[in-house]
Structures are given as structure tokens and as C-alpha cells.
Design a protein around this ligand. Structure first.
Ligand code: 2AM
Length: 485
């Protein structure tokens, strides 16, 4: 029998899988294509992959025979049960040292479990985020791999070749960490993406309702914004969307129903943040804003009961547009500050040694949140890898200071005029909380001690000493130690 020649197999021929195969083929790798519904393999070879050096396999056994060792098998199938099922079917056809890679949007906790399971069988496992949509998969995605560290050297040449590159040629792909680290970082990316999108939508609503601007006018505003510090993929596509005309010649955006869908990665980010005790308030508001948008019937009904007041902003329109831009920029800085706080807490919890500058570099190109801004975050972490609060980096500190007046003006006016700005305003509330040396939690602790004897610490005593007051004269001297509501 001849020596196997294939570098990697990819299972799952939906559009992301197909495009990754074509991308790998472009970079000189020989790929074996596989799929549960086997007819799709022949379809793919006869159409999209025609003329390319791509092999097809009609069974996992045939696939295994075509692969060089250690075998590399990448799954691009639906997250959840399908991944577990494929892992079980692959284990008998693979050998110790072979590598199973899951490139789907898996929950990081599943990836932690699967890494342990596959390693217990003597094989290696990688769970990797792949971002950039169909186009990214084809031309260069951002790739965020984690799992078994021993697998990385075998996968690195392929992943770094097919990933997006930043202007100096650095790949938007590097090892993230053990177990579920890659999928955690991808999940956080998606959460931040929810936040970025919500911020843009709030800016759009402020311009539309507060300033009475048309889609064409806003198209121009986003075109201008994309030339400055907000330069990013999401601003760029917003520009294009606002300029896109429907078949009737009208801006298509005005004809689209205002109810948002979601697939769950934003929700996962918020759930994890609750577990970690890290306030990612902006992402949470972005998720809830999609939920509010989905309550269309309830909104229509309530809008009749509480008629809106005149939302128009007074004053110079160009100045308002600049104020809104600054409010967006400041809020975005807050969102990334929160996202990085979350990753730092998760790294501590799960024992990952995350490279925060490296993560910014992975997000710098290829993915949906790619932006010039991430270059500044990379610089901030290069300067201080232990930076716990992005706002304390001189660049971001200055940026926030430069935006503060506009940010407050926009939020205050939106509140007065009744235009919802949940993400802009939660960002500002977080900022004001974070810069408060003293918050009202002294009163909160007193309340907790009053009704539940939860005790409190005192300003005039060292941390770690706990006190209880008999507030009513009828409570006991004994504090609660197990009751923690
Ligand atoms: P299919 O073509 O046989 O449906 C995206 O849906 C990809 O995931 C497709 O390649 C699809 O295979 C695969 N997929 C979805 N659910 C699956 C399952 N339960 N088992 C195996 N593959 C699945």
C-alpha cells in the first residue's frame, strides 16, 4: 500500500467546512473531505472542489487510511451532540497520538470535558474558535485554538497558514491555552461582538430618531467613522448596509423587521460572567436588548399606552454626530475592559495562562470584531502583560477623558428624550462605579446584616475582621455562617 499523503481531514461539509478545506488547499495542504451524509462528499468534489487536490472519503476508516501521522481530523459539525458522536466514532479508527480538532462553536465546558476524555484514550484534542464567517473561512479567519498543548506543534503550520494576517504578516492565530481556553476566548469574542453591534445600533437610533437622519446620511457618517479610531469591520458593513437599496429603490434597512435573533454565545458569555462574578454589563445589556427587540407584539401594545414624546435633539447636528461617535468609542473601551476582566477571571478559575496581547492580535484581523482599536489593546498588553484594567493604560485613559463630556451629554439627552440607550448608559454607569472610591455597599452590608446577620467589615478595622450588630434589640449575638442568600 502506498504511503498516506493527506495532511488533515475535515468532517462537515456545510459552508464553513467547505471554505476551510478550500483555504487549506490554497495553502498547499492535502485535505480529505468527509461528511455524515456521504453524497455531499461527491457533490463537493464535483463542484466547489473541482480541479483541486482535495480527496474524498466515504467512511471514517477510509479517511484514516489516507492521513499522514499523527493524523489530524477536524470537525466542523453542529455544536453539541454531533461532536460527541463523532468523537466516539473516531476513537476506534484513530491511534494514540492522533489529533481530533473541533472547530465548531462549542461551549467551553464541553471542550474541557472532551479534552480530558480524548486524552484519557491516548489521543490529543483541540477545541478551536474559528471566526470570520464564510468569507473569513475562505480567505483567512481568526483561529483561537486550545486543548492538548502537545497537539499544537502538529496543527500550527496549517492553522497559521490559513488564518488572517495583520499588516506586518503576523497570523491571527496562536495557541490560547489548555482545555477549553480556545473556545472560552471565542465565546468572549462573540459576547464582545454582541456589544459592538448593540453600540452601533444605538448610535444609529440616536441619529435616526434624535437627529432625523436618513439612511443615506448615516451611510456617509459611518463611512467617515470608518476612517478614524472606530475603523473596524462592523462599522464598515454598517456603512454598506445603510447604503444598500431594496428593489423599490429605498434603503433596505428601513424595510427590515426590528426583531433580533441570537444563537446563544452572547448568553453563554453572560452566564459565565455570573459564575465568575465579573460585571460584563455591556454584553449583558446587548443580549437583553435583543430579547426586548424580540418582544415586538408587546412593544407595539405598550407603545400605544405610553406615547413617545418628541425625540428630536436641539442643536448643531454635526456636533451631535461627533458626540455620538465619542459616546460609542468610550462605551466600546468599557466593553473591552469588561471582556478582558472576564477572561482574566476565567484564566484564574480554570488555570489557563492566557496571553492577552496575543488574544488582541488574534482578534485584530479575520474575525467579526476586527478593528484598528485591537491594535491599541495589543500595545497596551505588550507594555504591561499584567494590566488588570484596560482603562489604566495611558492611551485608553486619555481616550476616555477625551470622550467623557460627549458621552454624558448623549446619555443624558437620550434619557430625557426617551430614546433607549442601554449599552451606552450601562457603560457609563460601570465607569462611574469603577472610579468611585466609595460606593453605597456600606448600606447594603448593613441591610444584609440586619435581616440575615451576614456581618460586615469596618473601615476602621483590618480587612477580614467581621462584625455583627444587634439592630433591633431582639436579634441574637450570633451571625449567620451558612445562610448566604
Ligand atoms: P449533514 O450534511 O449530514 O447534515 C452542519 O450542519 C454540518 O454538521 C453538516 O456537515 C451536517 O452533516 C453536520 N451535522 C449536523 N448534525 C449532525 C449529527 N447529529 N451528526 C453528524 N453530523 C451532523
Amino acid at each position: 500500500m502506498s504511503e498516506p499523503t493527506a495532511d488533515i481531514a475535515l468532517i462537515g461539509l456545510a459552508v464553513m467546512g467547505q471554505n476551510l478545506i478550500l483555504n487549506m488547499n490554497d495553502h498547499g495542504f492535502t485535505v480529505v473531505a468527509c461528511n455524515r451524509t456521504v453524497s455531499k462528499v461527491d457533490d463537493f468534489l464535483a463542484n466547489e472542489a473541482k480541479g483541486a487536490k482535495i480527496l474524498g472519503a466515504h467512511s471514517l476508516h477510509e479517511m484514516a487510511g489516507l492521513l499522514k501521522r499523527p493524523r489530524r481530523v477536524m470537525l466542523m459539525v453542529k455544536a453539541g451532540k454531533a461532536v460527541d458522536e463523532f468523537i466516539e466514532s473516531l476513537l476506534p479508527v484513530l491511534e494514540p497520538g492522533d489529533i481530533i480538532i473541533d472547530g465548531g462553536n462549542s461551549l467551553f465546558e464541553d471542550t474541557i470535558r472532551r479534552t480530558k476524555h480524548v486524552e484519557s484514550k491516548g489521543l490529543l484534542y483541540i477545541g478551536t474558535g474559528v471566526s470570520g464567517g464564510e468569507e473569513g473561512a475562505r480567505r483567512g479567519p481568526s483561529i483561537m485554538p486550545g486543548g492538548s498543548p502537545a497537539a499544537w506543534p502538529h496543527v500550527k503550520p496549517i492553522f497559521q497558514a490559513i488564518s488572517a494576517k495583520v499588516s506586518d504578516g503576523s497570523p491571527c492565530c496562536d495557541w490560547v491555552g489548555e482545555g477549553g481556553a480556545g473556545h472560552y476566548v471565542k465565546m468572549t469574542h462573540n459576547g464582545i461582538e454582541y456589544g459592538d453591534m448593540q453600540l452601533i445600533c444605538e448610535a444609529y437610533q440616536l441619529m435616526k430618531d434624535g437627529l432625523g437622519m436618513t439612511a443615506d446620511e448615516m451611510h456617509q457618517v459611518f463611512a467617515d467613522w470608518n476612517k478614524g479610531e472606530l475603523d473596524s469591520y462592523l462599522i464598515e458593513i454598517t456603512r454598506d448596509i445603510l447604503g444598500f437599496k431594496d428593489t423599490d429603490g429605498q434603503p433596505i434597512v428601513d424595510n427590515i423587521l426590528d426583531t433580533a435573533g441570537q444563537k446563544g454565545t452572547g448568553k453563554w458569555t453572560v452566564i459565565s460572567s455570573q459564575d465568575m462574578g465579573i460585571p460584563i454589563t455591556l454584553i449583558a445589556e446587548a443580549v437583553y436588548s435583543r430579547c426586548v427587540s424580540a418582544m415586538k407584539d408587546a412593544r407595539v401594545e405598550a407603545s400605544k399606552a405610553f406615547k413617545p414624546s418628541n425625540p428630536k435633539f436641539a442643536g448643531d447636528r454635526a456636533q451631535w454626530v461627533e458626540d455620538i461617535r465619542k459616546a460609542l468609542y468610550a462605551s466600546k473601551i468599557i466593553s473591552y475592559t469588561q471582556g478582558y476582566m472576564l477572561m482574566r477571571a476565567a484564566a484564574k478559575q480554570y488555570g489557563w495562562n492566557l496571553n492577552y496581547g496575543g488574544i488582541a492580535l488574534m482578534w485584530r484581523g479575520g474575525c467579526i470584531i476586527r478593528s484598528a482599536f485591537l491594535g491599541e489593546i495589543k500595545k497596551a498588553f505588550d507594555k504591561n502583560p499584567n494590566l488588570g484594567n484596560l482603562l489604566l493604560n495611558p492611551f485608553f485613559k486619555k481616550a476616555i477623558k477625551g470622550c467623557q463630556r460627549s458621552w454624558r451629554k448623549v446619555v443624558a439627552t437620550a434619557v430625557k428624550k426617551g430614546i433607549p440607550v442601554p449599552a451606552f448608559s450601562t457603560a457609563l454607569a460601570f465607569f462611574d462605579g469603577l472610579r468611585s472610591e466609595r460606593l453605597p455597599a456600606n448600606l447594603l452590608q448593613a441591610q444584609r446584616d440586619y435581616f440575615g446577620a451576614h456581618t460586615y467589615e469596618r473601615l476602621d478595622k483590618p480587612r477580614g475582621e467581621f462584625f455583627h450588630t444587634n439592630w433591633t434589640g431582639t436579634g441574637g449575638r450570633i451571625s449567620a455562617s451558612t445562610y448566604t442568600v
